[in-house]
Design a protein around this ligand. Structure first.
Ligand code: TRP
Length: 335
């Protein structure tokens, strides 16, 4: 067996998690927790960088996100689940790393730039938001993570982490920090049910892990397909058609899906038939997830206890790295 690696990843608790999160990262975590040492972080401090006016929203979603994790099978016996803002080493590491990056580099981070656009910040972007990639480097390096399962929008963050790790190790002639690597999904990113490139809460085009069977049925029925496919006999487009992208991600019977794609492409297969099949496959995936979520939701105190214990474990691990970082920098004054 290969040597165990360390994994760190996380989510901002600003909304419930959806199928896009599952395909992009949650599925990998469920698999990786059996192979490696995994930390999963609820990034409340990062969420505050653009939600300072609404900490109540974040508070609520700490529990919701934890329920989503447990529902999909992230197992607290195998994975340490913790709350970012309760790990004091993280902001301290951030402070030191900030000196290793230029303001110019921060301004050009593609993910941050896209978010500034999307949120309409303009020049009024919070300073905390501009530097969140560096706090994310602290998250990753505090645990010496070498693998980071994330959606592909997070690649620039991992590149930033690699740069800081190299710079830190070179500057302070050390090897305490570990270079991370992104683990991205083998399945194409899930578009929204409206056909937009990304499923997201802000676009209102997501299917949530916690959506009821009725809501999922409604959403699938209303899903965007090929707008040129007007009559059943017409040839339809498979490429870029969300219904098929979802089937690729959640359908079990690959041969049947291939047949449906060929049939759709030559004409004669109606959207409603494909949607019905997709709905069956989605419900088969979501039914047990919903049941597990409802079970845990009956005992929020137990869920919070899992987070509390996880946060203690994570705090100890991060404090150790911080001590090594301070020693490497030679600012460990009393030892
Ligand atoms: N930026 C991630 C998101 O938007 C959340 C996150 C915070 C994260 N810290 C991280 C992901 C560290 C991976 C590693 O969802």
């Amino acid at each position: 067996m290969s040597q165990k690696k360390i994994i760190l990843t996380g989510d901002r608790p600003t909304g419930k998690l959806h199928l896009g999160h599952y395909v992009g990262s949650l599925a990998a975590r469920v698999h990786l927790q059996d192979l490696h040492r995994q930390f999963v972080m609820i990034a409340d401090a990062q969420a505050l960088t653009d939600h300072a006016d609404d900490p109540g929203l974040i508070r609520t979603h700490i529990l919701e996100v934890a329920l989503d994790y447990l529902a999909v099978g992230i197992d607290p016996k195998k994975t340490t689940i913790f709350i970012q803002s309760l790990v004091p080493a993280l902001p301290e590491l951030t402070l030191y790393y900030l000196n290793l990056v230029t303001w110019n580099r921060l301004k050009h981070n593609p993910t941050v730039k896209a978010e500034i656009q999307q949120k309409g910040f303009g020049e009024e972007v919070p300073a905390g938001f501009m530097i969140y990639p560096i706090s994310q480097v602290a998250d990753i390096t505090a645990f010496k993570a070498s693998l980071v399962p994330v959606g592909d929008d997070q690649i620039p963050m991992i590149e930033q982490a690699v740069d800081i790790v190299r710079k830190f190790n070179r500057l302070y002639k050390t090897d305490v920090l570990v270079e991370p690597q992104a683990v991205t999904s083998p399945v194409a990113r899930l578009p929204g049910i409206d056909g937009k490139a990304k499923m997201s809460k802000s676009l209102g085009n997501a299917i949530y892990l916690s959506d009821s069977a009725d809501v999922v049925a409604k959403k699938v029925k209303g899903m965007y397909t090929d707008p040129g496919h007007l009559k059943v006999e017409d040839p339809g487009k498979v490429e870029g058609n969300p219904v098929f992208t979802y089937l690729d991600a959640f359908g079990k019977d690959k041969a049947k899906i291939d047949d449906m794609k060929a049939h759709y492409a030559r004409g004669g297969l109606g959207d409603s038939v494909v949607k019905k099949y997709l709905l069956d496959e989605l419900q088969a995936f979501l039914d047990p997830v919903r049941r597990k979520r409802e079970e845990w939701a009956k005992d929020p105190a137990a869920v919070m206890q899992i987070l509390k214990q996880g946060t203690e474990v994570a705090s100890r691990a991060a404090a150790e790295t911080l001590a090594e970082v301070r020693a490497a920098m030679g600012i460990n004054y009393f030892s």
